[in-house]
Ligand binder design. Structure first.
Ligand code: FES
Length: 89
C-alpha cells in the first residue's frame, strides 16, 4: 500500500508531521500483530506539497493520499482508520 503524506508548508502547519509520526508508530504495531494484517507492504513517502492546496484552492490541508485516494483535512484518526481497514485480513 502506498501512502503519501504531504509535508509542504500548508499541510505541515496543520499537523501533517504528527500524522507521519503516527503512521510510523502504526508500522511498528502492524509488525507486532502481523497475523491480523495482510502481508502487503506499507510504503510511506513524505512529499513536499502534493499540489492539492494550489489546485483546489480551498482548505484541504493536511492531505494524505492512500493508494491514489486523497484524504483532505486529514487527521491521524482518519488516516489510521483508512490504512488499518485496508490492511486487515
Ligand atoms: S502543502 Fe500540502 S497539498 Fe500543498
Amino acid at each position: 500500500m502506498k501512502v503519501k503524506v504531504c509535508v509542504g508548508s500548508n499541510c505541515t502547519l496543520l499537523g501533517s508531521m504528527n500524522i507521519l509520526d503516527q503512521i510510523e508508530d502504526l508500522e511498528d504495531i502492524i509488525r507486532e500483530d502481523a497475523y491480523i494484517y495482510s502481508d502487503e507492504e506499507l510504503d510511506v513517502e513524505a512529499i513536499k506539497c502534493l499540489g492539492y492546496c494550489k489546485e483546489i484552492k480551498k482548505n484541504v490541508a493536511p492531505v494524505v493520499v492512500v493508494d491514489e485516494e486523497p484524504i483532505f483535512n486529514a487527521t491521524s484518526q482518519t488516516v489510521m482508520e483508512k490504512i488499518v481497514n485496508k490492511l486487515r485480513k
